[in-house]
Design a protein around this ligand. Structure first.
Ligand code: FES
Ligand code: FE2
Length: 372
């Protein structure tokens, strides 16, 4: 672990990280331990697990976690591990438990609160008590419809990690929005390159001909970064009303928006795994699931106001196509970054003054991994 504690000498020169931070398995594992398994991470929307027993499974940071809806707009989360001999309880990504969870090996059975309610042949074992073997709880909280989990033993409240974001984004009424479309992407790049790419638009004129018609690439107004997020807003060009395939807005403005929020797009990277993009008429969320130093799974979801979804002429393909094209451009260049950074000729390079957020994100990762 000593090599992880090396100082990078970055305090005086704002340079990109050395290659090992994008390729080394020990460093990756340390990031999973000290960032992904130690902070609140976004897992899904609460409408995905709206009814009691509906669940999603998320595998990350060497863990598999079941997030189960309670039927009241909240959720419980448990490690997906049987308390008998450790078997993975559930192998499917999502579904619905009919009141209980049964291990497929020897039929130990748990209720939806994680209590062990059935353990065949165990009553003969001296001193055995069912209540001593509940599923291992994982902290779970909901912010405005977004479900987060935290695997650390004594997590701080989610609100402490979010800071002023709940207040900042209240006008979008995110809890009311409903998912209309979802795309999963398998990207051969380190998770940090995905976050970094999201946080700058210097590449927009070159990589994104379509996006560049909607925004001026130097038009971002960033808010000061904090220890847990960075982001800002970008105005839309004249004649552009939202980010859609042609800049036309085919849905009503979100009802809580006033003033400039009706003509801007907010881009926030909420560390470590949540990219939140808020448009005048819809929300795009991307969650980040690192699988290896050079491999990341991404889940993109498009969310709209239910009044719009209910309209007979509701359309969303314009928003999905816009971002699917743009996302794939980003993933492709991130893969090329990974290739270059992984190769023998790579040396750290200087960040421009418009890449401050990237350097700050690097500092966030370094401080989390090295300080514990
Ligand atoms: S390992 Fe689950 S019941 Fe035996
Ligand atoms: Fe981009």
């Amino acid at each position: 672990m000593n090599s992880l504690m090396e100082t990078t000498g970055r305090a005086t020169s704002r340079q990109t990280l050395p290659g090992r931070y994008y390729t080394d398995v020990a460093w990756f594992n340390a990031e999973m331990d000290r960032v992904f398994a130690a902070m609140w991470i976004a897992v899904c929307r609460v409408d995905r697990i709206a009814s009691r027993g509906q669940f999603v499974r998320r595998d990350v940071a060497g863990a598999s976690v079941l997030i189960i809806g309670d039927g009241h707009g909240c959720a419980r989360a448990f490690h997906n591990v049987c308390r008998h001999r450790g078997t993975r309880l559930c192998a499917t990504d999502s579904g619905e438990f009919a009141g209980s969870i049964q291990c497929p090996y020897h039929a130990w059975t748990y209720d939806l609160e994680g209590r062990l309610i059935g353990a065949p042949l165990m009553d003969d074992v001296e001193g055995f008590r069912r209540d001593a073997h509940p599923l291992q709880r994982v902290a779970c909280e909901v912010w405005d419809g977004h479900v987060f989990i935290n695997m650390s033993a004594q997590p701080t409240p989610l609100a402490a990690q979010l800071g002023d974001l709940p207040e900042r984004f209240a006008p979008w009424g995110m809890a009311d929005l409903r998912m209309a479309h979802r795309v999963e992407y398998d990207v051969k790049a380190n998770w940090k390159l995905i976050v970094q790419n999201y946080n700058e638009c210097l590449h927009c004129p070159i990589i994104h001909p379509l996006l560049n018609r909607m925004h001026h690439y130097l038009g971002a107004a960033n808010v000061p970064s904090t220890e847990t997020y960075c982001g800002g807003a970008m105005g839309l060009r004249d004649g552009v009303d939202t980010l859609s395939i042609d800049g036309v807005r085919r849905r009503a403005l979100l009802p809580g928006l006033t003033g400039g929020d009706r003509t801007r797009v907010n881009y926030f990277a909420i560390y470590p795994n949540f990219l939140l993009t808020l448009h005048p008429d819809y929300m795009l969320t991307i969650t980040i699931w690192p699988e290896a130093p050079n491999r990341t799974r991404l889940v993109g979801e498009w969310h709209f106001h239910p009044d719009e979804i209910a309209r007979p002429d509701f359309v969303f393909a314009d928003a999905v196509e816009f971002w699917d094209v743009t996302n794939r451009e980003d993933w492709a260049i991130s893969e090329r970054s990974q290739q270059g950074i992984s190769s023998r000729g790579y040396q750290p390079g200087p960040y421009s003054n418009r890449e401050t957020q990237l350097w700050e994100f690097d500092e966030f990762v370094l401080s989390r991994v090295q300080s514990q």
